[in-house]
Design a protein around this ligand. Structure first.
Ligand SMILES: [Zn+2]
Length: 274
């Protein structure tokens, strides 16, 4: 089963894994010098099965665009409480226009004061008209989980298991492990401290999507995870230019981890896995 990873811009990706079309941090506002402009307009998207949002910051999340795409495509939206609440309040204020409850999935793991980041998991059945969510809480959240047993017989988009890790950047920030039958990836969002993630809990990754935050232990994290490919994200246009000139990463870290597995895309560019 082939998979295609397309950078939309900043930390926004479209991941086409088998039948599943997954968008993550895909609808956002560009910030000159910090976050590259988007190569995708929300109204051009006709198919989507799953929309993930790491946190409610401007350069990762625009509620009206997420709502527009979710309404038209029937995609399931997964995000932390701040994102889900904003969607309910701003984008779907009237019940009649809102998504079915099972299409809006809040993953809000408890914050750990010390030790590894805690996680919460949802098993999703992705389909055109209905989706089923089965949740399991982990760590200290104490959530016993709720079960929505109405599994759709028509699973157009296949299935996905999403594990949210409560990582560190402002309030309510999630990093996501996404597992589909043929592809496993981890999107680290704006996590500022990868040392707080239990790398052994992530297992073998086809792709790691990560930002080069200084002091976050990201070089060692990449080496420990040893993903098949790792994608650098959250680069500005200037940083993309610097990278192309061979200067960006050598200036940032003592040594570039797994350089032969690094993929740096410009907005609109794709990488295909066989
Ligand atoms: Zn950001």
């Amino acid at each position: 089963m082939s998979t295609r990873v397309t950078l939309i811009g900043n930390e926004g990706f479209l991941i086409e894994a088998g039948p599943a079309r997954i968008l993550i941090d895909a609808f956002y506002g560009a910030i000159p010098g910090l976050a590259s402009a988007s190569a995708l307009s929300a109204h051009s998207i006709e198919k989507a099965d799953l929309i993930l949002v790491t946190h409610a910051h401007w350069d990762h999340f625009q509620a009206t665009e997420v709502a527009d795409v979710a309404n038209r495509t029937g995609a399931t939206v997964v995000g932390p409480a701040a994102v889900v609440n904003e969607l309910r309040r701003k984008a779907w204020p009237e019940r009649s226009r809102g998504l079915p409850a099972e299409k809006l999935v809040k993953l809000e793991p408890v914050s750990a004061r010390q030790g590894f980041a805690l996680s919460e998991k949802a098993h999703l059945s992705l389909g055109e008209r209905s989706s089923a969510v089965r949740r399991t809480g982990e760590g200290a959240s104490g959530a016993s989980g709720t079960l929505t047993p109405a599994l759709s017989p028509r699973e157009r988009g296949g299935t996905a298991t999403v594990t949210a890790f409560r990582t560190f950047h402002a309030m309510g920030h999630n990093s996501y492990l996404v597992e589909t039958p043929g592809f496993r990836f981890f999107h680290d969002g704006d996590n500022e401290d990868t040392r707080r993630i239990d790398a052994s809990a992530l297992g073998r990754l086809d792709a790691l999507l990560i930002g080069p935050w200084q002091g976050s232990g990201w070089v060692e994290f990449i080496e420990k995870l040893s993903p098949a490919r790792w994608f650098l994200m959250h680069l500005s246009e200037e940083e993309l230019d610097q990278h192309e000139a061979g200067a960006f990463l050598p200036d940032l870290c003592g040594h570039v981890p797994l350089p032969d597995r690094l993929v740096v895309l410009r907005p609109g560019q794709s990488f295909a896995f066989d």
